[in-house]
Design a protein. Structure first.
Length: 266
């Protein structure tokens, strides 16, 4: 049985569905707003900073804030699943991957669902790349909003590594496991491709502070990660991939922290 079918077959009381849906609604509304507000505050502090060391201290404060907020949100989600009747941690994706889903010989229904999800994911990713290419020329490959976040000192790089680990684990719990659970409980008839698309859009909007480029690229990544979760039935591989994607930014060379870059980032 594939992941979505298993979630649709859950026999949960109405109170569980209500609490899960309300919690996810609060997440997808508050997370983008809070993130954009905190990011804007960081940009203002960066513009007022005298040197690179002071700017990195500003970035480290934001890293710590987002790291603790991520763990707090992820812990609350896990606690909810533990106390609510009818759902288990396995229904959140906190289990080992189903290796049979990664090997030939999967059931026909599983293969069809995986194919639909893959098509949706690739379509979203391709569409995002086309829009990015038209809007942002290849001569300017960097997203100014992300550039403003990048660390430039060893201490800040360690802070970014901690934030990458936090985001990779907790965002998969919230925007993959918990969001997919809420969608299947509230809309059990929602097709596989629609689940992937909705999860991708909401994950992209969670990165509103990065501007349109960030929403497009993170949304495309969200489609891939959601499909990987639905394929394996586990958040383990999406978590690992998510952490690695975020850590790769440590290899990027940030654009100069000039007033122009900071204004664009805002």
């Amino acid at each position: 049985m594939n992941t979505l079918d298993a979630l649709r077959d859950l026999d949960v009381p109405a109170v569980t569905t209500f609490v899960v849906v309300v919690a996810v609604a609060a997440l997808v509304i508050l997370d983008p707003v809070l993130g954009r507000r905190q990011y804007a505050g960081m940009v203002e502090d960066l513009a007022a900073s005298a040197d690179d060391l002071e700017r990195d201290r500003v970035r480290r404060r934001l890293y710590r804030s987002w790291t603790w907020l991520g763990w707090l949100t992820g812990t609350l989600v896990v606690a909810l699943v533990l106390v609510l009747p009818g759902v288990r941690l396995a229904d959140l994706g906190l289990r080992l991957p189903q290796t049979s889903a990664l090997l030939p010989g999967a059931e026909r229904d599983d293969a069809a669902g995986m194919a639909v999800g893959a098509i949706v994911g690739l379509t979203l990713a391709g569409g995002a790349l086309v829009l990015v290419r038209r809007r942002w020329p290849t001569a300017q490959p960097h997203n100014a909003a992300v550039d403003a976040l990048l660390p430039t000192t060893p201490a800040a790089r360690r802070g970014w590594a901690g934030l990458s680990l936090s985001a990779g684990v907790t965002e998969e719990i919230t925007y993959r496991g918990f969001l997919v659970l809420a969608l299947t409980l509230a809309l059990p008839g929602l097709p596989h491709g629609a689940v992937v698309a909705v999860a991708a859009v909401l994950f992209g909007l969670a990165h509103w502070y990065q501007g349109r480029l960030g929403v497009l690229t993170t949304g495309a990544m969200g489609a891939v990660l959601t499909q990987l979760y639905l394929t394996t039935g586990s958040l383990l591989l999406p978590m690992v991939l998510h952490v690695l994607v975020d850590l790769r930014l440590l290899l990027e060379r940030p654009a100069p922290a000039t007033s122009t870059v900071l204004a664009d980032a805002r």
